[in-house]
Ligand binder design. Structure first.
Ligand code: 2FM
Ligand code: ZN
Length: 730
């Protein structure tokens, strides 16, 4: 835990590859939580900038260009602009959305490389790499596809298997194929620059330890998994033509570019430089990167953790060595888990995705922002479902928040001449002050005697990046306001007790003002509409920037008696009908059936190529077998005696399983479904005579049986009964 005093904050969002549009995964994992946090901090009057851009290098771009028969530049031009527009439509108030193809970025990345090269930090090594003899080129990372040695997925990439999450090197793939020509590549020698990550092991361990307790546990765990297995040299150059050229310090560098991850993380720095130039103060980027009182925060998805907690910090440590300029290291890396869609894993490559701009063509940005924020995958994978989107919009946004604000404004306009009533604050009733104190307690102001304190205040939730809880508590306040208005029945008191009615409306209008403030981070459009109806017409973003509207304004009544409202009122949220989401549900069905068809076609192809057994899916029926065939399988009951995670393999568990008198080791891709602790002591069903195989260099003797549920979760096949260990299935 650090206890540093910061004077400004630099927030970054992971740069999405410019090979496709922004999808809900990007939005939920990085852009929305970052934007909510930044807007909240702006309301607190803090100096904060939000920096990002698109990642325009790397194989994902060139593969798309080749598929479409266009240049990589054309690919990135198209998608950078689409990404930028979609983010603007979603009201992501990013201060600069840059591009890594810009000269400022190339210069920055080359400066880092040259500095390290001159300081003798890199190691140069000749290694064997796959080469496509027909295409006459080396195949780096994703240009090679093949079968994952861990889970059997036949579509694994040369750097990572999308199915089980294991980081691979291309030479580990079974049946490697070139993505360009589909030919089997050959191994050839090539020279590359390596960054000696291992040299920074101690420093990185100290860095991660220092953040134990304030970083999310998943971020600490992912980083420790890497640290525990020992950091090694990482190749940071590639034989490609698209990317940042390796500076030509020798002939060896010809035809080589920097590895996309080496340049992408530096995109945060170059984007800040571009932002500073656009603001006419080119040197201000230094204030954000080189002063220790800046707090650096990276919003990323879980698949990017180690690049931000180990690789980038190590690069910055290397750059800082012997230099007067000292780059700051990240103070927090709030990494998200994943957001599924309708219970199924999102997959861009399988076409199972919802794109941000498509969504926003049909539904307002604030409805999406709310739904996603309430399901922010903070500590576990969450789900986006259209039905939930409909019900949250209708019951929480429309019936709670929208309804309260509209009733108050309409009542004031119709019955009070559209003017805030004059009320002496010391004459407010207990109910009136109770509502105010409940709001203060939840928001986190201190000058209140609350009876029921929430576990944390909204302010505390934001400060600790618990976005989902902050949003949930914010909506609770709208619920309290709605209840207060109903209980006070101003439509009756206006006749029976006009002074009471005035007090109710005075309080309610001020609560509308408070709601406009506390919902501003989550629902910026709605917040502005509320301000407008309340007669605050100016540019709200600007007012916040100048400190004229601020978070702490909820502590006091901001609208004084006599203040005139705009006199208009609008419906904040239109209800979503079944008919509005039916086409979307149909699209999901279509995506699922397309994915199944593709999966089936793939399986057929694999069978016809007599490739190793594919990762089986429920959609594929298997050929009929005889009883003799079945009897070849030795199915036994085993008991798990010990279990641990396999380093660098997110999904793999290493189990010790006792079957009768013998104990054996089995590796299984179930780590996302079960913790090692919950496996120990379980009776499981094991294919005991499966030929031994190696996974991640470890022996696996057998396979355990499990079945996927409709929620995508695995269930173990667990035989019941006493004294069954070691027995065969009959
Ligand atoms: O995983 C990705 O989509 C990468 N383009 C993220 C890069 S984050 C940062 F380093 F720029
Ligand atoms: Zn795999």
């Amino acid at each position: 835990m650090t206890d540093k005093k910061f004077n400004r904050t630099l927030v970054t969002t992971a740069l999405p590859y410019a090979n496709g549009p922004i999808h809900l995964g990007h939005f939920a994992g990085t852009f929305l939580p970052a934007d909510i946090y930044v807007r909240y901090k702006r309301l607190r009057g803090e100096d904060i900038i939000h920096i990002g851009g698109s990642d325009e290098h790397g194989v994902p771009i060139t593969i798309r260009a080749e598929k479409e028969g266009i240049t990589p530049q054309q690919v990135v031009d198209r998608f950078h602009n689409l990404q930028k527009d979609a983010l603007a439509k979603a009201n992501i108030s990013i201060d600069n959305f840059s591009r890594t193809s810009l000269p400022v970025h190339h210069a920055t990345a080359q400066e880092f490389f040259l500095d390290m090269e001159q300081k003798g930090i890199f190691v140069k090594k000749t290694e064997k790499q796959f080469y496509d003899e027909d295409a006459k080129m080396f195949l780096s990372d994703r240009y090679v596809t093949g079968t994952c040695p861990v889970c059997g997925n036949t579509d694994a990439n040369g750097d990572q298997c999308e199915n089980c999450g294991t980081y691979l090197s291309a030479t580990e793939l079974i049946n490697p194929k070139s993505k360009i020509t589909s030919k089997t590549p050959v191994l050839r020698e090539t020279l590359h620059w390596y960054f000696p990550l291992g040299k920074y092991q101690k420093q990185l361990e100290a860095f991660i330890n220092q953040h134990e307790g304030d970083w999310r546990q998943n971020v600490i765990n992912y980083s420790r998994t890497w640290l525990n297995s020992g950091l090694t040299d990482r190749a940071i150059t590639r034989d490609l033509s698209w990317g940042v050229n390796v500076p030509l310090t020798s002939d060896d560098a010809k035809g080589k570019v920097l590895y996309v991850w080496f340049d992408a993380v530096l995109g945060y720095i170059s984007s800040t430089k571009e932002w500073a130039v656009k603001h006419g103060k080119p040197d201000t980027w230094k204030k954000y990167w080189l002063q220790p009182d800046t707090r650096l925060i990276h919003f990323i998805g879980k698949d990017n953790v180690v690049f931000h907690t180990l690789m980038f910090p190590a690069m910055l440590m290397a750059k800082n060595e012997g230099s007067a300029e000292q780059y700051i290291l990240p103070d927090n890396v709030p990494a998200s888990e994943f957001m599924n869609i309708e219970g199924k894993k999102f997959s861009k490559s399988r076409g199972y995705a919802i794109y941000l701009s498509d969504f926003l063509e049909k539904f307002p940005a604030d409805t999406l922002r709310y739904m996603i924020a309430m399901n922010y995958p903070e500590n576990r994978d969450t789900d986006f479902s259209w039905k939930e989107f409909q019900s949250r919009t209708n019951s929480e946004l429309a019936d709670t928040l929208g309804n309260f604000v509209k009733r108050v404004i309409d009542f004031t306009n119709a019955r009070m001449g559209g003017v805030v009533p004059e009320v002496a604050e010391n004459q407010l009733s207990e109910n009136d002050t109770h509502l105010k104190s409940q709001i203060l307690t939840r928001v986190g102001a201190t000058d209140t005697e609350a009876q029921v304190k929430p576990a944390f205040t909204i302010t505390e939730y934001y400060e600790q990046f618990s976005i989902r809880s902050a949003v949930f508590e914010t909506m609770q306040i709208a619920g309290l306001a709605n209840k207060y208005f109903n209980d006070e029945t101003p439509w009756k008191s206006i006749k029976e007790n006009p002074e009471k009615c005035k007090r109710t409306i005075f309080v309610s209008l001020n609560v509308c003002y408070s709601l406009a403030i506390i919902f501003y981070p989550i629902l910026p459009d709605t917040s502005k509409k509320i301000f407008r109806m309340l007669g605050i017409e100016d540019d709200i973003d600007e007012k916040i920037k100048q400190g004229a509207i601020k978070w702490d304004d909820v502590k006091t009544f901001q609208l004084r008696g006599g203040h005139k409202l705009s006199g208009t009122s609008e419906i904040l949220f239109k209800k979503i009908e079944d008919a509005d989401i039916e086409p979307e549900l149909k699209k999901i069905d279509q995506m699922i059936s397309d994915a199944q068809t593709a999966e089936q076609a793939k399986t057929e192809q694999v069978k016809s190529e007599a490739a190793p057994p594919a990762h089986e899916t429920a959609a594929v029926a298997k050929p009929v077998i005889t009883i003799e065939d079945f009897e070849k399988i030795d199915l036994r009951v085993g008991t798990v005696t010990a279990c641990e995670k396999v380093p660098k393999a997110d999904k793999l568990l290493k189990l010790q399983v006792r079957i009768g008198a013998n104990e054996r080791q089995i590796l299984s891709g179930i780590a996302m479904h079960f913790t090692p602790e919950e496996m120990v002591g379980k009776n499981i069903l094991v294919v005991a005579n499966l030929a031994p195989r190696k996974m991640r260099g470890l022996d696996s003797n057998g396979m355990l049986l499990a079945v996927e549920g409709s929620d995508g979760k695995l269930n173990l096949v667990q035989p019941q009964g006493d004294g069954i260990n070691g027995n065969a299935v009959k």
